[in-house]
Design a binder for this molecule. Sequence first.
Ligand code: GTP
Ligand code: MG
Length: 414
Amino acid sequence: MKFVDEVRIYVKAGDGGAGAIAWRREKFIPKGGPAGGDGGDGGDVVLQVDPQLSTLLDYRFIREHKAKSGSKGHGRDMNGISGGPLVLRVPSGTLVRDQETGETLADLGPDLQSVVIAKGGRGGLGNINFATSTNQAPRYAQEGTKGEAKNLQLELKLLADVGIIGYPNAGKSTLISVISRARPKIADYPFTTLTPNLGVAQWRGDRSFVVADIPGLIEGAHEGHGLGHQFLRHVERCHVLVHLVEGANPAPGRDPVADFAAINRELKLYSKKLAAKPQVVAITKVDIPEAKAAGEQWARLMARRKVPVKVHLLSSATREGLEALLDEVAAAIWTDVGPKAGGRPKKAGRPRAAVEAPEAFVPEAAEAKPARAVQAARAAPRKKAAVKAPRAAPKKTVAKGAAKKKAVARRSRK
Ligand SMILES: Nc1nc2c(ncn2[C@@H]2O[C@H](COP(=O)(O)OP(=O)(O)OP(=O)(O)O)[C@@H](O)[C@H]2O)c(=O)[nH]1
Ligand SMILES: [Mg+2]
C-alpha cells in the first residue's frame, strides 16, 4: 500500500436550507395563518481519528469533500431535513492546517479524536416564526446561512515514542523486526525501506512503546539526496532517537565517526529541535568481527574525547547488546526507569537533555587536532569549577590572587 503523509483537500460544509413561506389551507378553517417550516441545517465536515488507518492515501485522489446541505422548509409546519455530518477518517497523528494562513487548526491524536473542521450553515426560519399580533400573515421567511468552506493541508506525523535513524543498510528494519512484531522488508542494499514502519516493542515484558523505523538518511539529505529528509517529520514527536551506525563494510570514505557526524548534521539542518533530542547510539552487526572491532575502537575514541555518549555494540542477529540498548531507551521514555529513576511511572513529557552536541563528531576532529566542540567538551568540567569557586573562596582571596598576578606581571616587565 502506498504511504501518503501529506495532502491538500477542499472541504465545504452544507448550506442551511431556506425557511418556507406557506399558509394553512384547510376546509372550514378560513385564514389559517402562516405554516412555513424552517429549513434544515447544513451538515458539518468532521475529521475523526481512525486507529486502523496509517496513511492519508484516501485523500490523494478524492480532494473535494462536501457535506450535504439542509433541505428547504415546507408547508404545514414541516421543517427541512438536516444535512447530517460528513465524517472524514484520518490516521492518528494528523495535523490539520489552513492552506491560506498556515494556521494549525487541529492536531488529531489520542488527545483529540474528532473535530468539526467546517461548520454547516443554519437553516432559515419559516414564516410561522414571524407571526405576531400585529403581523399575523408574515410574507417572508429567512434564507439559510452558508456552510464554511476551507482549503486544508493534512500532514501526518506518526505518533511513535522511539524513532530509529541512520544510514541506509545500517540495520534499522532488522532492529524493529527483532524488538516488535513489525515485519518490514530487509535486504542487503540501501533504501530497502521506502516508507516508515511502525512497531510496538515490549520492554521487560510489562511495558510497551511504539517504534518507528524510517528510511535511511544520507549526507546531503537536506538538499534532497537519497530520499531527502522528508520522513524525518515522523520522528519529530518521538521521545528518543535510536541512532544506528553501520558496523560492517561501510562504503569507502565512511566510518562510524563520519557517519554519526553526517547524520547529526542532517538532523540539525532539518530542525534544531530534532537534533536536540536524546539519542541512544549503537554500532550494528557486531556478530561480524570487523564490526565489533570498529565499534570498540569508536567507543574508546568517544571515551578519550570525553563525549558523554555510550556506544552500544549491537547485533540484531544474535541479540547481543539488545537488552542494554532497550534499557537506555526505556530510561529516556519513562521517568521512573534507569539510573535517574524516582519519578512517576509516566512517559516523559519532554525529552531529557540532548546526549550530545552533534558538532563534537565532525570527522575532521581527528585525535591530533581536536575540534572546537571537543575542546569545549573538555573545558566544560573546568567551567563548572569556576562557577563554584567564588562561593568557596571569599572575595579577599580572589583580590589577593589578582594582586599577585599583577605583581608577577610587573616583575616580568622589569
Ligand atoms: N550480520 C548481521 N547482519 C545484519 C544485522 N542487522 C542487519 N543486518 C543485515 O544488514 C542488511 C541491511 O539491513 P536492513 O535492516 O534492511 O537495513 P536498513 O537500515 O533498514 O536499510 P534501509 O531500509 O535500506 O535504510 C540486511 O542484509 C540485514 O540482514 C546484524 O545484526 N548482523
Ligand atoms: Mg530498512
